[in-house]
Structures are given as structure tokens and as C-alpha cells.
Design a protein around this ligand. Sequence first.
Ligand code: AMP
Length: 147
Amino acid sequence: MISLSSKDFLETPIEDYIISSEKVAHVQMGNSAEHALLVLTKTGYSAIPVLDSKYRFRGLINAQRITDAILGLDHIEYERLSDIRVEEIMEKDLPLIHINERFQKALDMVINQNFLCVIDDEEMFMGILTRRVVLKQLKKQIYQLKK
Ligand code: AMP
């Protein structure tokens, strides 16, 4: 069995571990909050990326942001869902990881993020790297070291 040293393992490219963009549920700029809520509810994901027409990463949307946007004083204004665009309420200020980065960097970043959005030089969305996948790889490596 091929076994990597810890240092080599930390240096492996994240590309080996990402869920590629075509398998990632997403919404597009211009989509309504209603559509985003439908996708989030149907898929069961906590948050999904917002992409533009060129497939560039623009932000993240989650159910909490959507609900927050339609909170009235004493009730939830569901009727407003179709008038709100995802870009008005998405989260834009979040750390992204470049496709050429190494495992070590991802490990540092997933401590604070459930999953990382992966981009290339042109900010094209390449996919996501989840904390679950990072932990799985880490576990595999630790078990190999114990042998
Ligand atoms: P998991 O580690 O599979 O529980 O995924 C953690 C989070 O990553 C999910 O709640 C989603 O926000 C996101 N995620 C994972 N897989 C996908 C996918 N195929 N499409 C969109 N988002 C995903």
C-alpha cells in the first residue's frame, strides 16, 4: 500500500478532494429568494453558491438569510419571497480557496467554515471542498500512520 508521510499528505493538491462544480447545487444571479429557498429545502443543504451567467462565484445563500429578509414586525412576509433577488441578500464576504492550493491550507480554513468554495484565477467556480471530506482524508491518514 502506498503511504504518504504527514508532510507529503499536507502538500497534496485540494483538486483531488473537491466535489466538482457540475455536481454542486447552485442558484444564479437574478434568481428569486423563493427559488433559492426551494433548492435549499429540496436538497437539504445548509447553504449553496450563487453563480453568474459565466459560472463565476459571486456569493452564498442560506435559509437563514432568506428568512431574515422577509421578517416583518409580527409575521413572516412570505409574499415578498418572489420579489427579492438572491444577490440582494447573499453573503459575499467569505474566504475562498484557489484550486491550486494544498490540503494544509484547506485544513486551516475548514475549522471556521463547513465547506469551502473553490475558484480558479478567473474566479470561475470549480466546486466545493467540505469539512466532511477533509476530516475523512485526515482520519485515513491518521489510521495509516498508526499501522
Ligand atoms: P456535507 O459535508 O455533505 O454535510 O456538506 C456540508 C455542506 O456543504 C452542505 O450543507 C451544503 O451546504 C454543502 N454541500 C455539500 N454537497 C453539496 C452539493 N452537492 N451541492 C451544494 N452544496 C453542497
